[in-house]
Design a protein around this ligand. Sequence first.
Ligand code: ADP
Ligand code: MG
Length: 366
Amino acid sequence: MGQHLQAIYDTRVSEGLLRPDPAQRAALVRLEALRERLEAQARPKPGLFARFRKPEPPEGPQGIYLWGGVGRGKSMLMDLFYHHAPTVEKRRVHFHAFMQEVQAALHEARKTGVEDAIKPVAADIAKGLRLLCFDEMQITDIADAMIVGRLFEKLFAAGVVIVTTSNRHPQDLYKDGLNRALFLPFIKLLQDRLEVDQLEAMTDYRQDRLAGSPVYFSPLGAQATAAIDEIWRDLTGGREEELCLEVKGRQVRLPRYWAGMARASFWDLCGQPLGPADYLALVGAAKLLVLDGIPRLDATKFNEAKRFVTLVDALYEGHVRLICSAQDLPERLYQEGSGSFEFERTASRLREMQGADWGKGRDGAG
Ligand SMILES: Nc1ncnc2c1ncn2[C@@H]1O[C@H](COP(=O)(O)OP(=O)(O)O)[C@@H](O)[C@H]1O
Ligand SMILES: [Mg+2]
C-alpha cells in the first residue's frame, strides 16, 4: 500500500513547505481515489493466466482533468499524484511537447502510406503505458485540434489513464478556433471519460512566493546569480526539463523549463537570430521567465537590442512574469545606437513589470 496523497500533503504542510489549502486537499481526495483504483488494478488477480491478461481500464472515470487559474497548484498536485502513482508504466509530459511529438510521428507514419496514420501512432504511444500525465493542456493549433479527438479515443480504448492540468474548462478549449465544430467530439470525450475537477484555490501561490521579493537584480555578479538561483529553485522545486518549441518548422530549444516557467540567458534569447514568432511561442509556453545576464549594450549591439525590445514587448503583452539580472538599471541598458530612443519604452515596461501585481490574472498557460 502506498501512502495516501493527503498524508503526504499534510506532512509537507507541517514541514512548512506548503500552506494548507482546502481546495487543494479536496482535489487530492479525487486524485487519491484514482491512485487507489490504479493500485487495486496493479495487484495480481487470481487465476492461472492472470498475468497475461490485458490491462483493463479502471472502473469509473478514466482519469482526471484538473483545471483552474494560474498558480493555484495544479501542476504541483498532479506531480504529487504522478510521483506516487503505483506503476512504472507512466509518463509525464508537457502537453505542447507531446503534441509536437505526435505530429512528427504522424508525419513519419504518413510517409509509409498507411491509410489512417493516427492508429499506429496511438498504438505506439499506448504501448506499455498505463498512465499519461499532461501538464497544461491547451489547444491553439488547428492541426492539433483536428486530431486530438481520435487520438484520445484510441488512448482511452487502449486502457491508458489520463490526468491533465489546464487553465480552462474543457468547454472552453480551442475557443473561437477554426472549424471548432469538428473539435466538439473531443470535448465530449474528455467530459465523458475524465472527472472534470475545478481547483478553486483562492491563492495564486506563484505570485505569493514572489511577493515582496525583488525581481530585477543588478548589477551582474555572484550576488545576483545566487539570488536568482534561489528563486528558481524555490519555484521549480529543483526540477527542470527541456522544452522544444516548434516555430514555423524550426525548433526553438528552451533548455530549462518546468511547469510553465522557463529560464534562459540573455544571449540564448537575444544573441541568436530569433524573432517575434519565436518570442510569441515562448510566451505561449511560459507564464514566467527567468532571464539571466542582460548586459549593457553599445551601439554595435543594435541587433541584440532590437531583439530584446521585441522579447520584452511579447512578454509584456502576454503578461509574463519576468525575473532577471542585468548589468544596469533598465534606462541605462541601451543608450546610444539605432533604436535607443524607442528603448525608453522597453525600459519603462521593464519597470512596470517589476510591480508586485504584474502578471496577475493572466489567461494562458498555467
Ligand atoms: N499550498 C501551497 N503552498 C505553498 N506553495 C504552493 C502551494 N501550492 C502550490 N504552491 C507553489 O506555487 C507555485 C505554483 O504552483 P503550480 O502547481 O505550478 O500552479 P499551476 O500549475 O496551477 O499554475 C509552485 O511553485 C508551487 O510549488
Ligand atoms: Mg501548471
